[in-house]
Design a binder for this molecule. Structure first.
Ligand SMILES: Nc1ncnc2c1ncn2[C@@H]1O[C@H](COP(=O)(O)OP(=O)(O)OP(=O)(O)O)[C@@H](O)[C@H]1O
Ligand SMILES: [Mg+2]
Length: 234
């Protein structure tokens, strides 16, 4: 006996196969991402992670970071608010590495926040001794003054937040991942923030975090501005 497949059946099979291929591609992309992170983490530990610093636009960094994220955010119905003015002065940075930094922060905000939540990216120039130092000093319990202006960027979410204990461990413990069940449910290796911290150090910048459990998390970045070009005078 010979059965002929109905078109609806065939369509179902095609959709099933397509979904399977999409799943495999996304798993392969995750694997490549983990391999890249492992390589960077090994380099960071060996002091061999390199940056190529040049005057670049931080707004471009944000635009390029967000390009591959839109689908993921849409899938989780998360809104992204980008408050990064076009006319910011250039920073002294490595475009690829800064995209990696902002990618890690947006990826965390996405993973550790519920559906329909909001992620906000802001950037502005701060002069030395600005009010953000108060918050930074509160976290670090030390007083630091800067002699030059910086770009100050924040990536905030309204997600699961972090406990005081977690905040003490992040950036200090290698491969740190929270014991919070909601964080554990998300895929991750605990390499992202370690690599991010090293990249920020190589930029002579800063990264720190403020967070409240069940309220949300904000990561703060300070990136040195590129020196203003001297006008030729002849
Ligand atoms: N925005 C955030 N909200 C809540 N917890 C966070 C947030 N960002 C980081 N964390 C906590 O800090 C841990 C370390 O973050 P990190 O980015 O280094 O690793 P990861 O996200 O687990 O894995 P990956 O290496 O894939 O990024 C996370 O596992 C999570 O517990
Ligand atoms: Mg991460």
């Amino acid at each position: 006996m010979c059965f002929r497949r109905e078109p609806a059946d065939r369509r179902f099979t095609q959709i099933f196969l397509l979904q399977h291929v999409q799943h495999q591609i996304s798993r392969a992309a995750d694997d490549i991402h983990i391999i890249d992170d492992l390589r960077d983490a090994a380099k960071a530990e060996a002091g061999q992670l390199k940056v190529d610093l040049e005057p670049i636009s931080f707004r471009n960094v944000v635009v390029e970071t967000m390009r591959p994220f839109h689908r993921q955010l849409e899938d989780k119905l998360q809104e992204i608010i980008i408050n990064v003015p076009e006319n910011l002065p250039l920073v002294l940075g490595d475009q690829t590495r800064l995209i990696q930094v902002v990618t890690n922060l947006v990826s965390n905000a996405h993973k550790y926040s519920p559906p329909e939540s909001t992620i906000t990216i802001t950037a502005k120039v701060i002069q030395s001794d600005d009010e953000i130092l108060t918050e930074r000093n509160k976290n670090r319990k030390q007083k630091v003054k800067y002699s030059s202006p910086y770009l100050y960027c924040t990536v905030s979410d309204t997600g699961i937040g972090m406990s005081e204990d977690d905040l003490r461990k992040l950036f200090r413990e290698r491969y740190f991942r929270s014991d919070d069940q909601r964080a554990k449910e998300q895929p991750g290796t605990g390499l992202g923030m370690m690599i991010t911290q090293t990249i920020m150090q190589l930029h002579h910048g800063e990264i720190w975090v403020s967070s409240q459990l069940d309220v949300g998390t904000t990561f703060h970045l300070l990136i040195p501005l590129a020196p203003e070009r001297e006008l030729a005078s002849d």
